[in-house]
Design a protein around this ligand. Structure first.
Ligand code: GRG
Length: 306
């Protein structure tokens, strides 16, 4: 139902903590069932080690919430939601490798390569990436095949050279450079982090059979929260502790990475993130109270501590 209620105001009555806990429990149970240990056990154990290591599960929750907003069911989106978390986990495993960010901790635990070795960590990432696509194709029910195909195509685009991989390449190239512009930084963020967050929202919408106007609106919502998410990530790298983050703090400064705080300062970066979240929430205005989960998730992005 479309109402003209102000979603920003309505979200104050929404219990985000309870909502997130409930959705996280659904996602955790589905992920636990999605990959079982079989032969050869080492690779399945390595996949499960990182996939079930916690994390906020923001990406699957965004997918479920968007599908439900547009009248779909959680069950229709759950396989895609799990696949999104598999791909996100894969990107974290590869990002932590010595050839990339070289990190020892992730989600409060030793990184995958520290436990299983670099060779197995690379393969665990590869296996999660491949299985994510198989999982959507095999497990999605009660959704027209053309919509499932569209989700698979968009997901492929979001993780490849036009998305995550492209953003990561420019990010690696920017290390140590002192003349990175806001535009270049925005390219890195929108590809490395934003592309996956965007497809979390758009895939949920497509599975629910979204009309073009809804898809446009929700894409703008997703692009704004995606950039805000990475700006807050840059801020937390400076202001939060290793215990809070579950990974090494201060890595961006150490690697001489281009970040928003470097270009805009901490306060300027916070203001930019707040502005983006405001713009994201404005896109949800036509949905009224039905959009409360997406409004609250957008607000959570700037309020989060890890
Ligand atoms: C996709 C083939 C392929 C390769 C990946 C390594 C790489 C190429 C890209 C790096 C992508 C990356 C790790 C971006 C950072 C995104 C980010 C801010 C992660 C932290 O997300 P949270 O805070 O983490 O949601 P949790 O642990 O809560 O899930």
């Amino acid at each position: 139902m479309v109402t003209t209620d102000n979603p920003q105001a309505l979200s104050q009555d929404f219990d985000l903590k309870a909502y997130l806990q409930n959705q996280q429990a659904i996602v955790e149970a589905a992920l636990d069932q999605a990959i079982l240990v079989t032969e050869p056990p080492k690779i399945y154990e390595a996949m499960r080690y990182s996939l079930l290591a916690g994390g906020k599960r923001l990406r699957p929750i965004l997918c479920l919430a968007t599908c439900e907003l547009l009248g779909g069911t959680g069950a229709m989106a759950l396989p895609t939601a799990c696949a999104l978390e598999m791909i996100h986990t894969m990107s974290l495993i590869h990002d932590d490798l010595p050839a990339m960010d070289n990190d020892d901790y992730r989600r409060g635990k030793l990184t995958n390569h520290k436990v299983y070795g670099e060779d197995i960590a690379i393969l665990a990432g590869d296996a999660l990436l491949a299985y994510a696509f198989e999982f959507i194709a095999d497990r999605t029910e009660n959704v027209p095949p053309a919509q499932v195909l569209q989700v698979i195509a968009r997901l492929g685009r979001a993780v490849g050279a036009a998305g995550l991989v492209g953003g990561q390449v420019v990010d690696l190239e920017s290390e140590g450079k002192t003349d990175i512009t806001v535009e270049e930084l925005s390219f890195i963020h929108t590809h490395k982090t934003g592309a996956l967050l965007e497809v979390c929202v758009t895939s949920g919408a497509i599975l629910a059979g979204a009309a073009a106007a809804d898809l446009d609106r929700l894409t703008r919502y997703a692009q704004n929260i995606g950039l805000a998410f990475q700006i807050i990530d840059d801020i937390l790298d400076i202001t939060a502790t290793q215990e809070e983050l579950g990974k090494t703090a201060g890595k961006d400064l150490q690697a001489e990475k281009a970040t928003y705080p470097k270009l805009l300062g901490l306060e300027g970066s916070r203001q930019r993130a707040d502005q983006l979240v405001g713009e994201a929430i404005a896109q949800l205005e036509p949905y009224g109270s039905a959009a409360m989960p997406l409004v609250a998730i957008a607000q959570f992005i700037t309020a989060r501590k890890n």
